[in-house]
Design a protein around this ligand. Structure first.
Ligand code: NAD
Length: 364
């Protein structure tokens, strides 16, 4: 295994990341980047994405953005965890092998617990089982939480319901929701939405995934290029990131955006465009934190019922974000960032404003 530090400071996505490293293993073909954004709140936790990136630069950019997102997500979810992420450059359908996942486990082990991995796009629980043969710093194992997506989908669903009540003054029943990407999270979200009486339109680059949603939930299927501009009430991005860019926002007709995908805003300011068009954007890392809560439950030994109760409370945080956004006329993403940063960068627990025993003059 070869490991090199990546000097990421000059990249536009760099945000003071603590460590970014490239791990390669010739024998198994592993090419992985691990980005640790922050360990201020605890060990950096975040999943592993396996994706056939066209260039190394693209993979590094994704790792930098995703790991920063994890710091904010974990902070806002009240978890004693920092933010990190791994990406493996490979096609998850043809290039992933158990040997490669074991090599990735050896890479994770080199962080001695500063980085904890789990599933993300392209990974399933059996991959994490292979990782676990080489390191203890992994969660989402088959014998434990397994696939965290149902927890993620639950949080998205609850937040979407809150957004519909706040913005449209009604429940989800009878509303039309466009779901982009019906993989693990998107399909489970469709299940919850169909059960509550919402009608569904879906799109997926994998035709068989879209077909499955159509068969299971009577969803209409449209082309992936069309899904974001349909005349629907809610748009739910559940594929990869970057769906909310300037051009796409211009074409959006939904009044609410609420989905499971990470990094929905292509650039940090893109939520300004959504505010300008009076589209209610539910910040991605707030609404999709259910999965990391389940993973944290596994790592930190929370009871499942505690994890579920914390997910049920996501709408309370979203309500605060929506109210502040309305009052201050600022984008929701910016408000969520402020709230996450206040937790992430708050002064250390030692309050230096009042004298501590160490500060008191010593009596002679
Ligand atoms: P997944 O790979 O199971 O599903 C993604 C789906 O999107 C697939 O069906 C894929 O074919 C489809 N897709 C990819 N590109 C597309 C495109 N351009 N247009 C339409 N469809 C496209 O992944 P997942 O676990 O469901 O995760 C989905 C998103 O949610 C990702 O952004 C992930 O980072 C995020 N997320 C997942 C979890 C979780 O618990 N799995 C937690 C938090 C965030």
């Amino acid at each position: 295994m070869q490991t090199i530090e990546i000097g990421a400071a000059s990249r536009p996505e760099f945000d003071g990341h603590e460590q970014v490293r490239f791990h390669t293993d010739e024998q198994t073909g592993l090419r992985a980047i691990v980005a640790i954004h922050s360990t201020r709140l605890g060990p950096a936790a975040g999943g592993c994405r396996i994706y056939p990136y066209q260039t190394d630069a693209e993979a590094i950019a994704d790792a930098l953005r995703l790991s920063k997102g994890m710091s904010y997500k974990n902070a806002l979810a009240g978890l004693p965890l920092g933010g990190g992420k791994a990406v493996i450059i490979a096609d998850p359908r043809s290039g992933k092998t158990p040997a490669m996942m074991r090599a990735f486990g050896r890479a994770v082990e080199t962080y001695s617990g500063r980085y904890i991995t789990a599933e993300d796009v392209g990974c399933v629980a059996s991959d994490m089982d292979a990782v676990a043969t080489e390191t203890l710093h992994v969660a989402g194992l088959s014998a434990r939480v397994g696939d965290p997506s149902p927890y993620t989908a639950r949080g998205v669903f609850l937040c979407m319901r809150l957004a519909a009540r706040e913005r449209l003054g009604r429940d989800l029943a009878g509303l039309k929701v466009a779901v982009k990407g019906v993989g693990h999270v998107g399909l489970e979200l469709c299940r919850l939405l169909a059960a509550t009486g919402a009608s569904l339109v879906v799109a997926d680059v994998r035709a068989e995934n879209a077909r499955r949603a159509a068969e299971l939930f009577a969803a209409d299927v449209v082309a992936t290029e069309e899904i974001a501009s349909l005349d629907v009430d809610i748009f739910a991005p559940c594929a990869l990131g970057g769906d909310l860019n300037a051009a796409a926002t211009d074409r959006l007709r939904a009044r609410i955006v609420c989905g499971g995908a990470n990094n929905q805003l292509l650039t940090a300011g893109d939520d300004r465009l959504l505010l300008a068009r009076n589209i209610t954007y539910c910040p991605d890392y707030l609404v999709n934190a259910g999965g990391i809560l389940a993973i944290a439950g596994e790592v930190l030994s929370y009871e499942d019922e505690d994890v579920r109760a914390r997910i049920e409370a996501f709408p309370d945080v979203l309500r605060e974000v929506l109210h502040r956004s309305k009052k201050e006329q600022r984008p929701t993403g910016e408000i969520a960032d402020d709230m996450a940063q206040a937790i992430l960068y708050r002064p250390s627990r030692i309050d230096r404003s009042s004298p501590t025993p160490l500060d008191l003059p010593r009596s002679s």
